[in-house]
Write a protein that binds this ligand. Structure first.
Ligand code: SF4
Length: 386
């Protein structure tokens, strides 16, 4: 069937929270448990241990999230307490439950020593954070070049054009200049202001929504300075800190993570890539993207069926098959339902699974009006839609 039609089976559940280690989320393949490596760093021992835990307690699949976290999949609920003990022993979750629940923090993988200090002090300060909504998070993007302006986060530490540190509310164009020595405390104060200003309703709320209502922080935290212009998005290949490698569709086998741990310590990025510290080359392991022109860099896909119980169809094999049809510089998003988890923004072409096939959307999100409906997997050819 062709012609513009609305989705007629677009219902999906918005959970309003992200899984963490203490509160895993049930999915179609068991519990999904999210680990937030401190500062986005994994030592070789931690990476090797995570790979072992993914095999011992899960189904061996490991996801990279768009906030620079690591997800273990297929966890048996009965294994959760033992898994938490192992993660604590590896220093991969906070000693106190409250501290673990509060910290959603994404740190630039291109951190210099000053950024490392800032991230560590914010990590520590978040133990004193107020009760924040489940998706509320912090971004530390104070490396030499700003690279995380499109990474989700409510409170953002960034640099201005002169190299100074600013504290910016998501949704605001300007940030407040802060002393690097006080930046973590200022971020904490901004989180408290967010709660006091009415940013949380029934446990939910985001900073950008509060700013959009015309509510801004008081003088000391009010934005007056623009962030530095964003740098070019990173690509797989050598960087000053080591080697960036892509993870196809954001998911790898535990064996791949274990093999990468042999090469070097890892920094987790929000771009479904890992930075191998100090490395210049890496073995061509299954699921790795080593070249910037790899067609798999032009597709994103969510978990789909059967791993997600909201999915109406499998999506990953279709995304792999269609990747060579996507022109350089364009993006195809294949989604298991209209929620569009893998890519909330617009893509050049989006395919959304339905009860009868896939709907095709040009230049929109998974929830936008469709251009073609109910295409069967076999008949989908997308080259003409770019
Ligand atoms: S978009 Fe994909 S991962 Fe998200 S709920 Fe739908 S099927 Fe599940």
């Amino acid at each position: 069937m062709t012609g513009a039609q609305p989705h007629d089976d677009a219902a999906f559940t918005v959970m309003g929270w992200c899984p963490n280690a203490l509160r895993p989320m049930m999915s179609g393949d068991g519990l999904v448990l999210r680990v937030q490596p401190p500062g986005g760093r994994l030592t070789r021992a931690q990476a090797k241990a995570l790979a072992g835990l993914a095999l011992r307690h899960g189904n061996g699949l490991i996801d990279l999230s768009s906030r620079g976290n690591i997800q273990l999949r297929g966890i048996d609920g009965a294994d959760h307490p033992a898994l938490l003990d192992h993660l604590r022993a590896q220093d991969l979750i906070a000693a106190a439950d409250r501290a673990e629940a509060a910290r959603i923090m994404t740190v630039t993988p291109f951190a210099d020593s000053a950024t490392d200090r800032l991230a560590a002090s914010l990590w520590s300060a978040l133990r004193r954070a107020p009760q924040l909504p489940g998706k509320f998070g912090f971004v530390v993007d104070t490396g030499m070049a700003p690279v995380m302006q499109h990474v989700p986060g409510d409170i953002r530490l960034e640099r201005d054009a002169a190299g100074g540190i600013i504290l910016r509310c998501d949704g605001a164009a300007l940030g407040a200049p802060v002393d690097p020595n006080n930046a973590a405390e200022a971020a904490l104060a901004l989180a408290r202001w967010f709660c006091a200003a009415g940013g949380v309703t029934e446990g939910r709320g985001r900073m950008a929504a509060l700013i959009a209502r015309g509510i801004h922080p008081d003088d000391g935290l009010r934005g007056t300075v623009a962030p530095a212009p964003a740098a070019t998005p990173p690509e797989p290949g050598p960087v000053a800190q080591g080697l960036l490698v892509g993870i196809a569709l954001g998911q790898m086998q535990a064996a791949t993570l274990a093999a990468l741990a042999q090469v070097g310590a890892l920094r987790v990025t929000p771009w479904r890539m890992l930075l191998i510290e100090g490395a210049q080359r890496c073995p061509d392991l299954p699921g790795l993207i080593l070249h910037k022109d790899d067609p798999l860099r032009r597709v994103v896909a969510c978990t789909g069926a059967p791993g997600c119980h909201q999915a109406l169809r499998p999506v990953r094999d279709l995304a792999r098959r269609l990747a060579p049809q996507v022109p350089q510089g364009r993006l195809l998003h294949v989604s298991g339902c209209a929620k569009g988890c893998a890519h909330p923004g617009a893509a050049d072409v989006t395919l959304v699974a339905t009860a009868r096939g896939f709907d095709l959307i040009r230049g929109g999100t998974a929830q936008d009006p469709v251009a073609r409906c109910d295409l069967t997997t076999d008949e989908i050819e997308i080259g003409s839609h770019f």
